[in-house]
Design a protein around this ligand. Sequence first.
Ligand code: FBP
Length: 557
Amino acid sequence: MEISTLQQARYRYQPKFPRVLSQELTTIALSPGTPTESIADQAALKALFKRTYGKSLVAVVSSTGEPHETLGRKLTLGVILSGGQAPGGHNVIAGLYDGLKRGNPQSRLYGFLGGPSGLIENKSQELTDAIIDAYRNTGGFDMIGSGRTKIETPEQFAASLETAKKLQLDGVLIIGGDDSNTNAALLAEYFLDQGSPIQVIGCPKTIDGDLKNEHIQASFGFDTAVKTYSELIGNIERDANSAKKYWHFIKLMGRSASHIALECALQTQPNVCFISEEVAVKKWSLSQVVDQICASVIKRGEYKEHFGVVLIPEGLVEFIPEMKQLILELNDTLATYEKELAALSNMTDHLDFLGKKLSPSAKELLGSLPADIARELLMDRDPHGNVQVSRIETEKLLMGMVEKRLGRLKEQGLYTGKFSALGHFFGYEGRAAFPSNFDANYGYSLGLTAFVLIASGLTGYMACVKNLTAPAEEWIPGGVPLTMMMHLEQRQGSQKPVIQKALVDLEALPFKTFAAARDIWACTTSFIFPGGIQYFGPPELCDKPPRILELEHQGRL
Ligand code: FBP
């Protein structure tokens, strides 16, 4: 197979990882902290996770005692990639594999094909040196594929155990986001409940950056995705500043939280950027969102700057109160009347049917939306019940509304400028990019850490690596009990245990830094052009962590 020059060069890249993990394995140990509690709903979670609740945080440390053989036992492990692609995933598997083989060359690693369904349906492939080497430091999840199947029915849990037993697994690593790691917690508990010693460990993956907390500083993949999008945004900003004739409306991936939009705004300084969490707190209506864009267009028009850049987080529609209410009602109605709706053949019939079930305000809003947007809101939900926001063309909705509003102002003689808009959606472009050095190092470190946790006999933990703003050698590996990050949430009609999603914190330094500067960006041309990800060169250019991480670190000092 032909490979690019960059891919060849990346094969030779040696990921950097925490110093403690490069020691002789006989001198590495786990240091336990005090027992933990879940972030809320302690009694309910204790009852649901009888065997895995309340474990201690652990740190991977240099052992002070006699050398020991714990990490050298022969192991057979399985690994699953779950959910959307995130750069660095192949390196997690490579780190796990290298750790395993270093511990004991007889150890084996199976990759489950196509995500969690590979475990349920016993579809796997043994991973070898040749396979791992072909994917080192590459993006995407094509080594074994990924999927969004949720392990939820008793039959699926039983089938998962059956597969794990057939392959004689000692443990499974689930690499995924909040929902997939919730699944890892449930599976760890189930295996123990069934009297099986098979361990389950999770790993924080998602470009969205919403799987983070006090102990998980970041999910891998975020850095590469935001650097890829910021390069593209910077290029568009420069084009806009050259041609001086277009307003670019750019929707950015990130299903719920706006971490991606916030990071890209900090890296590129656009004229307008919305943070969904702020929209929700301030209860901005769709019309108020449009007002803000128009204010920037009008102000810039006064300086003859008839161009600009607007960043729109993918999840925005779910945070605008009236849209949120509409989506909630649609979710319920679509689930309740699934059969009846399936029997209807066209969009008009769908809308008529739904109109009779929705509240008057939701019905009115649905009717007022452009037909394409209404159709996109009715599309199938994902297996976790989420509306597929990546398929809703919010950028086009806002472009249309801004154009209409400016047209009206022009008629009233209140606006004399020019407005011509172009829409973009940056999402899939960033999910499978060659991982930045940060993500290549972080993914590999997480894989090595997961190996240490499994070889030490832990289950129901997430691998974690802290101190991420320092050079990789100084990063601190450890494990966080999965139940510690959980609470109960209303999902598809009932209270379910889930890992809490991290939204943008409006009180923290990253958002405050953005909020302090945005009024200037709205009027002036303050663009920054970050350029492409640099893979080779000085560390300050190549190994830089995301700006949000740096600001969060600064905020903690
Ligand atoms: P994960 O939460 O699985 O990491 O997925 C992230 C994401 O890229 C979201 O930003 C986006 O909304 C969604 O996946 C798109 O899903 P799909 O890959 O099914 O189109």
